[in-house]
Ligand binder design. Structure first.
Ligand code: TRP
Length: 447
């Protein structure tokens, strides 16, 4: 048996779980899919998904992880030996590979924007110039791949060298700095001309703009942004001390994650409208709009570069949590050496990432269901694999798992109050599964 670590301090768990949740999902993915799906109404549906599905499933993952002290596959083998439940862990492994492949590409874009901002590339540029710069960079062959590989290398390095604790220590300082920077950006963006159109777009629900497909995308993003449905939070849960309160940890992570996403929207949409960028532009939205806001600030280059550095750090605290799912599985189940499996895992994911990156350029013409390869990985993981994983997790906890274990985990052997058990059980037994099944079947157009 491998010795297992656990988080020493309360802030340690929270920082690690929040570090996993907060990342490119909040600042890059959330604004662009909200822009594509009509704005305010999408936000409301997203918030509902967080509350009735996201929070209970995050708690469920923590319960499974902490009660077994195992990785995503080992946990199901332990709780439900010789049953097919460990398929959840297998699907998680697949999701981890799919998510990390395109995540590394986008994180590479951020690193490239650190350099571009610092070297004054964006001074005096118009929205059209920003679009051209983004498209020509992301569709080029070498540069995005080199950045992606550098990011994957750093991710792997952190996971093997065991300096993850160090990273958590740094991110406890750096993430609040990122938060302050986003708030400064918000203030600048909100004082641009036509900023209120952006606010209206973000907060005024117009349900005519929302399609059923939009609801499906919102659900998938709730999973993506909270890092659930894959076993990440389960794996982190396995490191949580028995004295921690799982419910309040989950609640805090979900609130922090949602606040950051909304603050990112508050910086991006005013700028999008002020500069006449189309809100449904797609994956380039943050990269086209935010540098324009920095140009309107004193010391804009410095702020801009710092912002993209911190965004890269936020992406790292997420990417290590994804790679950890793969590494924890192979080290604990097969006794692989940590270093070896990290190198193999990161390399394998990087190769798929290279295909993602090229699919914005030379491989653009190869599409499946009208999506290039990168969009396909993005769609497949967030909208299919994670919600399916979440569905199975909620059914597992709601119907299969021994209720005594759930109670022990939720109330730390009776030391916490037990007021919310029936609400929790209602959510995981009825609300989450029905909502996921319904939205899912509608989304993939079966009903
Ligand atoms: N939630 C992270 C983000 O918003 C990405 C991430 C980390 C993730 N771990 C995950 C997504 C597990 C899905 C599943 O950037």
């Amino acid at each position: 048996m491998v010795e297992r670590d656990s988080f020493g301090t309360r802030l340690g768990v929270l920082a690690a779980a929040a570090g996993s949740a907060i990342g490119l999902g909040n600042i890059w993915r959330f604004p662009y899919i909200l822009g594509k799906n009509g704005g305010g109404a999408f936000l409301i549906i997203y918030l509902i998904c967080i509350v009735i599905i996201g929070i209970p499933i995050m708690i469920s993952e923590f319960i499974i992880g902490r009660s077994t002290k195992k990785n995503a596959i080992g946990a199901f083998k332990k709780l439900a030996p010789k049953t097919p439940w460990s398929i959840i862990g297998w699907m998680g492994l697949l999701s981890a590979i799919a998510v990390l492949s395109f995540y590394g590409v986008v994180a590479g874009w951020c690193m490239n924007y650190v350099v571009s901002t610092a070297t004054n590339t964006f001074i005096g540029k118009t929205a059209q110039d920003m679009t051209n710069i983004f498209t020509s960079f992301t569709s080029s062959t070498w540069s995005p791949i080199l950045w992606q590989l550098l990011f994957m290398f750093i991710t792997g390095y952190i996971v093997v060298s065991g300096i993850k604790d160090g990273i958590e220590k740094y991110s406890k300082i750096l993430m609040p700095v990122l938060l302050i920077l986003i708030i400064i950006l918000d203030i600048r963006a909100l004082t641009l001309d036509r900023a209120n159109e952006g606010l209206k777009f973000l907060f005024e629900p117009n349900f005519n703009q929302l399609t059923l497909n939009g609801v499906f995308i919102a659900l998938g993003h709730a999973f993506f942004s909270l890092s659930i449905g894959m076993g990440t939070m389960l794996t982190y849960g396995s490191y949580i001390n028995d004295s921690e309160n799982l419910k309040s940890t989950a609640l805090k992570v979900c609130i922090a994650d949602t606040v950051i996403a909304i603050l990112a929207g508050l910086a991006i949409f005013p700028a999008v409208f002020a500069y006449g960028i189309k809100p449904d532009t797609g994956a380039g939205l943050a990269f086209m709009s935010l540098p324009l806001v920095f140009q309107q600030m004193p010391l804009g280059n410095l702020f801009g570069a710092l912002f993209f550095i911190l965004l890269t750090v936020a992406a790292l605290t997420s990417s290590i949590s994804i790679l950890e799912v793969i590494v924890a599985y192979f080290t604990e189940e097969y006794n692989f050496s940590r270093t070896k499996i990290t190198i193999w895992g990161a390399s394998f994911v990087s190769i798929i990432g290279i295909i993602c990156s090229l699919s914005n350029g030379v491989l653009k013409k190869y599409t499946i269901f009208n999506m290039n390869f990168m969009d396909l990985m993005n769609y497949l993981s967030a909208n299919i694999l994670l919600p399916l994983g979440g569905l199975l997790i909620s059914i597992f906890v709601g119907y299969y798992m021994d209720k005594k274990i759930i109670i022990t985990q939720l109330y730390n052997n009776g030391t916490l109050s037990n007021k919310s058990i029936s609400l929790f059980m209602f959510l995981v037994k009825i609300v989450s599964p029905i909502a996921i099944i319904f939205v899912f079947l509608k989304g993939i157009k079966i009903i």
